[in-house]
Write a new protein. Structure first.
Length: 591
């Protein structure tokens, strides 16, 4: 039954034993294969066995989608752990074994990303660096900085001294300490290998070098006890500037000390028409054939390029393209507007709402909350900002379980007995109401009501006090930052968690893995696509191709590309069309 709805390539991938490197083209059913692989492997576990399956994803959203689909299939997910790469390290290595490292044995907290960003910004001023000067925070396996420049290294030394004083670790330290623990204590490697029958890594091409090292250490220690299932597409490796490494088959084999690994490929595309596929294959860096096999395979659709419109008229042009799709019967939530920079999301959505007042827009890609999902107050806010819904009940149940456990660990005490049960805790949260209309005031009111009900005085616990201050300080910082332009009302806060219900406005990074009938992408300019950081690093052409590949492959049928005029650098030089797009010879449609 698990294999019934899979095609031949998908079935082979799901049933393949041992280590696997699965290359999955856009729309090939990658997530479907992962879900069925998890279900298949769980079905093979012996009753009473303590073995588990791990599904490691690049984003929290992808992890939640895995659980949602497993539940829809009626699969018991109790023996499946799913979370981000950093969460895996935190849950399975750092938290249980932090006492083994001198740097962590006296306690630690995960540093908030906004705090780290502000700290780096302040240190740049101290060391007379410009704010646009990149600083590489990553570590090599030996603990040295990846960052090659001497001034930046001095900055990093002070940065880490400040973190040490505050007993904080950022995401890069999280990875490095995890690797150190595994290398220093081989017994922990074996423990994890004995625990996990399979580790499935989604979007492997965006995995950092230290994570390859961590996973391969666990796999090698087991001598076949644990299998590695890597899934991804090197043509969608758009996180190179953030440390993502799309390792080759030979490099992965070397990581595993020559252990066998089976290469497999998914080539059938259920998403896009053949015309759209043939268009974006121009941006491939590996020549894999991709065949449209969905219901829309032969659909002609529209592919347009506008490289003459001025930036001052861009909103009118986007509105015209949206209206054209709507007039042709395409639902609002099947239309996506891709912005070139995240800070443009709010301003563009406001202008489009004014231009098309009868159209719903969903610009939830920009969160008012910090992205530190390990902050206990973030976890509590997530429950208050999501509406009770059968579709996400299992997710909210897991969040409630996390919350109960986190409060227990931090306070060394328990909620009042009634609320130590997940269902009762959810009923309590669902029952709490607030008349406050501003996001911060609403959350403060809900938090206070919650704490009274569970009989926890958070002011007695320094870690809770500090994390609460960090949580709200970072919301204030974002609300007051002119670059973010985040609305402060509670409905806008809630929209970040709401299911997409209107025309989507986001970045190409934000919609990676998503698909839409119509994709409208503007700002396809050298300096935006790719970003200046990639240009300065000498990686411009490769980065540009991969970004264009991801952008275009989101489209099922219609693709509208815009390289507007009138945008300039800070020095006043005109930005020009992304060269890789300019080099594409194609007979574009006109509407």
């Amino acid at each position: 039954m698990i294999l019934d709805k899979l095609n031949d390539e998908q079935k082979i991938a799901v049933q393949q034993d041992g280590n696997v490197l699965l290359t999955a083209c856009p729309g090939s059913g990658k997530t479907r294969v992962i879900i069925h692989k998890l279900a298949y492997e769980v079905s093979k576990l012996e009753t009473g066995s303590k073995k588990r399956i791990a599904a490691v994803t690049f984003t929290v959203r992808a992890s939640e989608e895995i659980f949602r689909r497993l539940n829809a299939l009626g699969i018991n997910s109790e023996r499946i752990w799913s979370g981000t790469l950093h969460s895996f390290c935190l849950v399975w290595i750092i938290k249980p074994y932090s006492c083994y490292l001198p740097e962590l044995k006296n306690g630690f907290s995960i540093a908030d990303e906004t705090f780290c960003s502000d700290l780096i910004s302040n240190l740049k001023e101290k060391y007379e660096l410009q704010q646009i000067d990149p600083v590489n925070l990553r570590f090599n396996r030996d603990g040295s900085f990846v960052e090659p420049k001497s001034v930046q290294k001095k900055l990093l030394e002070e940065y880490h001294e400040i973190l040490k004083q505050k007993k904080l670790i950022d995401f890069e330290l999280l990875l490095y300490y995890s690797y150190r623990i595994l290398i220093m204590y081989p017994k922990i490697q074996r423990t994890l290998s004995n625990l996990f029958k399979l580790i499935c890594v989604d979007e492997y091409q965006d995995t950092q070098d230290l994570l390859y090292a961590i996973f391969s250490t666990i796999i090698k220690s087991g001598n076949g006890n644990t299998s590695l299932f890597l899934v991804g597409d090197t043509d969608q490796a758009i996180y190179a500037s953030l440390g993502g490494v799309a390792k080759s088959m030979d490099e992965i084999k070397a990581e595993l000390n020559g252990m066998p690994i089976t290469p497999l490929t998914l080539t059938g595309n259920y998403r896009s028409s053949q015309r759209v596929i043939d268009f974006y294959r121009h941006f491939q860096t590996q020549s894999i054939e991709i065949e449209a096999v969905g219901n829309n395979a032969a659909t002609e659709g529209l592919i347009t390029l506008n490289n003459t419109i001025h930036s001052s008229k861009i909103v009118d042009e986007i509105a015209r393209l949206i209206q054209n799709s709507l007039d042709n019967g395409i639902p609002e939530d099947e239309i996506c507007v891709l912005v070139p920079q995240w800070w443009l999301i709010t301003s563009v959505s406001k202008k489009l709402r004014a231009t098309l007042p009868d159209v719903n827009f969903d610009a939830s890609g920009l969160a008012p909350m910090s992205r530190n999902r390990e902050n206990i107050w973030y976890k509590l806010s997530r429950l208050f900002l999501t509406e009770p819904n059968p579709k996400i009940y299992s997710s909210r149940y897991r969040w409630a379980n996390e919350l109960i456990e986190n409060f227990r660990v931090i306070t060394s005490t328990e909620f009042v007995e009634k609320y130590r049960i997940e269902r009762n805790l959810l009923r309590l949260i669902n029952s709490i109401k607030s008349e406050e209309t501003e996001g911060i005031d609403y959350l403060i009111d809900c938090f206070d009501q919650f704490l009274i009900a569970v009989e926890i005085d958070y002011t007695k616990y320094p870690q809770l006090v500090e994390n609460r201050k960090l949580f709200f300080d970072n919301i204030e910082s974002r609300l007051n930052d002119p670059d973010f332009k985040v609305p402060s009302d509670i409905q806008s806060f809630k929209s970040f968690y709401r299911e997409m219900t209107g025309v989507i406005i986001n970045t190409c990074v934000g919609v990676k893995g998503e698909e839409f009938e119509t994709v409208i992408a503007y700002g396809l300019l050298h300096g935006y696509i790719p970003h200046w950081n990639e240009i300065f690093s000498g990686n411009a052409s490769d980065a540009s191709k991969k970004l264009m590949y991801v952008i275009c492959s989101r489209a099922k049928t219609n693709l509208h590309l815009i390289s507007e005029t009138g945008r300039t650098t800070r020095q006043g030089d005109a930005l020009t069309i992304t060269p890789e797009l300019a080099s594409k010879v194609f007979k574009y449609d006109e509407i």
